[in-house]
Design a binder for this molecule. Structure first.
Ligand SMILES: [Zn+2]
Length: 288
């Protein structure tokens, strides 16, 4: 285990915020509040210890089959979301080469490839890379393995919050992106309205896999620190029901009514107050 410094302000001054039990085990982890207000996991498993926490068969991103009704609905939403993401990103960049960091089994890359893009992904999961390869997507285990290539679009769909070495990540992005390239980052919002109802059960805490919990202002600060400015931002509405369903203690009628109330509240709040009050957001970034 290691006790990292705050990735935003560099401070080691923090206070305990909440204890979270791993949803796939019984180990408990602590999220701390930095003096700057940023919430992150500390202490956390070191890079060489973290892979065992991704091995549970129920961990969603590496699943290639769907069984339950919930998973079928989620699969359908994911397909709609791919189209939605493509349409939105196309307002800023229309063709070229894509690198998807933490790209899993390659669904996002495959969609862009079908639209004429050259696509490559990076994912630390060997299983995910094999799935990507079988869909004819080039996949690397480490960003440092990618040489002599430049991309005009780099995306991170809910992957930034999993990455241990953030300065190394941004150094690799700088190395791999064209000078006028577009960076797309999507993360859960630490100020999601439903978090305040769901407390320690809020799914995006996801300890110890989620290392950081950003508000809109905090991710803006992190991006600025590494030379990126947010050009446009968008609420990812499709994540709200998913996060809430995943956070409920059971599928009992009472819990589902509770979930329905939170969903309605969250959707209204993000509609009224915008991206900074959404469940998660997608950011289109350009170099400063
Ligand atoms: Zn801080």
């Amino acid at each position: 285990m290691e006790t990292p410094l705050c990735i935003i302000c560099g401070s080691n001054m923090s206070t305990p915020f909440i204890q979270i039990t791993d949803r796939f085990g019984d180990e408990s982890f602590q999220i701390v509040n930095c003096e700057c207000g940023f919430k992150y996991l500390s202490p956390r498993p070191e890079l060489n210890e973290i892979s065992s926490y991704y091995e549970d068969g129920n961990y969603d991103p590496h699943r290639t089959y769907n069984k339950s009704f919930f998973e079928k609905v989620y699969g359908w939403v994911q397909k709609k979301a791919l189209k939605w993401k493509f349409t939105y990103i196309s307002k800023f960049v229309t063709s070229g080469s894509l690198l998807d960091i933490g790209g899993g089994s390659g669904e996002f890359c495959a969609y862009f490839k079908s639209k004429g893009w050259t696509t490559v992904l990076q994912d630390s999961s060997e299983k995910a890379r094999k799935n990507a390869n079988s869909a004819d997507i080039t996949a690397y285990g480490l960003l440092s393995d990618i040489n002599n290539e430049k991309f005009n679009l780099i995306t991170m769909w809910h992957s930034l919050e999993h990455i241990h070495n953030i300065s190394d990540l941004f150094a690799n992005i700088d190395r791999l992106i064209n000078i006028d390239g577009t960076l797309v980052v999507a993360v859960p919002n630490a100020n999601a309205p439903e978090r305040f109802f769901l407390k320690e059960n809020w799914a995006p805490w996801d300890a110890p896999r989620h290392l950081y919990h950003f508000s809109f202002c905090q991710i803006d600060r992190l991006l600025l620190k590494y030379g990126w400015k947010i050009q446009s931002s968008k609420t990812m509405v499709q994540d709200t029901p998913y996060n809430i369903l995943l956070s409920l203690k059971s599928n009992s009628p009472l819990q589902l009514i509770f979930g329905g109330f939170i969903l309605l509240y969250s959707l209204i709040k993000s509609a009224v107050f915008g991206v900074s009050s959404s469940s998660s957001f997608m950011l289109i970034c350009k170099r400063i």
